[in-house]
Design a protein around this ligand. Sequence first.
Ligand code: ATP
Length: 423
Amino acid sequence: SAEGSTDSVQTFELGPEHELRFEVEGKNKVIMSVRAGMAEVFGTELVKEKEYTFLSGAKIAVFTWQGATIELRGKAEGCYIAKETPMVMYLNCHAGLEQLRRKAEENSELHGPVLMVVGPQDVGKSTLCRLLLNYGVRMGRRPIFVDLDVGQSHVSIPGTIGALLVERPAAVEEGFSQQAPIVYHFGHKSPSGNIKLFNTLVSTLAECIKERMQANRKANVSGVIINTCGWVKQSGYRSLTHIAQAFEVDVIVVLDQERLYNELVRDMPPFVRVVFLPKSGGVVERNKAARSEARDSRVKEYFYGLRSPMYPHSFDVRFSDVKIYKIGAPSLPDSCMPLGMKADDNKTKLVQMQPGMGILNHILAVSFANSLEEEVIQSNVAGFICVTKVDPERQMMTVLSPQPRPLPQTLLLLSEVQYMDSQ
Ligand code: ATP
């Protein structure tokens, strides 16, 4: 939108609890700094006079509790100050979590709150998770962030689910530091791609998180914040109730949708608190193209870094040196299955692929598993490579990899997610 777009330098005076919102588009960038007062971006405190640079695709809210003077340089789109925000309600939600954490601190039989954020697309679920994690970590907590949004993952690349221990606030420009995340390969952009597999991975991740919490008292007291994807109808809804069960959630925050709120109040056991919170008017709706662009830039960031550039390696791999699998065989009717097996069991089967042009530009997850005897599906993945060239004659492919050759493991899992390397 041309209206409210700024060029060069602009200064904004924000009153208490006001929020400056802007976006960055095209090849532009915006440099933001706090000139006076105190302000935060999605729960991360800003350092006065420090310059923060936002690149294309950024949709930012600079919020202040006390009032602040903010300076923007560059071309900011749709720039305005909002005086109405749900931030006080979000802060109250954080205060509620703190109360539960204090109880857990005093009683070693309790653990900190496990909270799940649900709601349709574009209501600010990821942003609320980031806010609650930041507020927690600013109180000295070490919460675990679980991201089950396979379309727009904030822990790893699209097509995965994962978790990380949050030890410091998210970087303003880059988000949470991704050191040692737990990542499982799913291979689709929506849970609907293979709902049986999705639920299996959710259960596996939930078990893994429970073990980690048992082993880490601080994380155990701090609790878990779970982000989910915006698919909230039929099987999507059932998968939300499965997540709630698997992670034994204590609190569900429903953003924006009263129908979903009522359904969960009806279906959840009484010890699960279901809370309704409004969405922020600042959340920007993204169309299909914008979502797909966001996925691309996520994969690009994985290989090339965001601000501090990384230099991925490109090398040839012989087909005969690797084994490529897809998870899930086409389902047969139950009547065609061997006795005792259900058609659904096929959905978590490994199916070996003949490498060919079909894998060009696809992401492959490098499994930690050495052989099929191990539980390949339930293993954390070592990382990802991208197939940039396929040569059927020489029986070779060229891959992009964050690590130099050779591949750490040779068992590769095919993802539906594609990336065109144009660097
Ligand atoms: P999805 O279901 O697609 O994962 P979501 O519900 O998780 O979406 P977010 O990713 O949190 O939504 O928010 C969508 C976009 O809106 C993000 O780019 C985020 O930076 C932006 N955004 C969130 N809150 C605000 C705000 N108050 N002001 C301006 N932009 C915002």
